[in-house]
Design a protein around this ligand. Sequence first.
Ligand code: NMX
Ligand code: MLT
Length: 473
Amino acid sequence: MVFLKGVSALSRLTSRVKQHSSLSNSVRWLQTQTSSDIDLHSQLKELIPEQQERLKKLRAEHGKVQLGTITVDMVIGGMRGMTGLLWETSLLDPDEGIRFRGLSIPECQKLLPAAKPDGEPLPEGLLWLLLTGKVPSKVQVDALSQELRDRAVVPDYVFKAIDALPVSAHPMTQFATGVMALQVQSEFQKAYEKGISKTKYWEPTYEDALSLIARVPLVASYVYRRMYKDGKFIPMDDSLDYGGNFSHMLGFSSPQMHELMRLYVTIHSDHEGGNVSAHTGHLVGSALSDPYLSFAAALNGLAGPLHGLANQEVLLWIKSVVDECGENISKDQLKNYVWKTLNSGKVVPGFGHGVLRKTDPRYMCQREFALKHLPDDPLFKLVSQLYEVVPPILTELGKVKNPWPNVDAHSGVLLNYFGLTEARYYTVLFGVSRSIGICSQLIWDRALGLPLERPKSVTMDWLENYCKKAKAA
Ligand code: NMX
Ligand code: MLT
């Protein structure tokens, strides 16, 4: 059924482009593109064979090339610094930060189509980029927006599954429950049960991935409205794009909040493959669990305070600073508060990173957004003060490898400013965004025929004996 919907969506999209052909900039575009170019699925179909060949050649020619040494520290220390995953959609440089298919965040802001002149990138454009490695035109992005709206249908039993939970349940629990209930519609599961050939796995994975991305904003906004707005739900607006619609369904209609949501969803979407949520999604997917099962698992990793839940922790922590010291806090008071947090055995949320060694560019672009839209907000000023105060203290601790702020240090004050004040909900927003990166890579995982993930584990006994033998040799 979903396949059929895709076909009818395609003909609608084609006619939309024909209608647009009277616009001068679209005419120029139409002269250089074939009609299949506005269909993401067709683009992927063209790209996949060449990428399969590329991987085959890489393996045949360089399969035995060593990428580094595995140390005991790495095995005990959460595999930090160990290269062990293939992840096509993005790559993280410790100093420079994330690049999506080779493009930095400022480059994405410049190159990806926006809803308005000089506006923030549309997340649909980022999805196109992650999947194809190509910067889409506005027409392509509009077509994808329409396709996602067409797919955004959530069965009633999903909402009923959420309703079975206490309204006080953590928003991430409610959200992940909703995603699990969406799994009932998995096209991959159906196709596998019918005996689909390996060579075609990517097709139903694509169907599930796109439908999942389209549907999670509805599930997420249902959770928000259920918890905080007396269950008064707001239907989707067919004239809005993905980020604008998500903001609208949550109940925020200001154009600035729509822009923030576009930026937010774009920058949180993907952070190479080793972070807990992406890695979990990839691992579970490697068992040929469908995208819904894989992404629900990823969400449970995102819900941990050292990972995605840190955005909730940051705003709660900032509010605790204000509660104790007021908004006009001096640098010394702030230093004392940071030390108090550290001395009580807690981390300073929003600072540090497993890979990054400089300020996260996702922090910087949110800071620029704040300087443009809310320069005088007291909580933004506090975040700016923390940028000065926290890194020297973490450096003084002597053990923190990266004292600089990460993405989560900034997002909460922006949302809070525009009225989304419920910090416990913040990780759900991160989750909606992360569906784009994880699902894009899942499509490529199946297209490239990546195998079951199954690294070797060892015991302390094994390590001790190995090291003794290595010393004696
Ligand atoms: N505050 C206090 N201590 C810290 C911090 C921090 N912000 N960051 C690292 N440390 C400690 C860390 O707990 C560890 O201590 P111990 O040896 O006593 O266990 C030590 O410094 C060395 O840790 P690192 O190697 O620097 O960091 P690691 O790669 O293990 O962990 C994080 C990375 C992100 C988990 C860690 O920096 C952290 O806990 N930060 C605060 C939570 C946070 O902001 N998480 C969000 C990350 C981004 N995201 O969205 O997922
Ligand atoms: C992420 O966006 O996933 C976080 O920054 C954590 C990470 O990359 O490890």
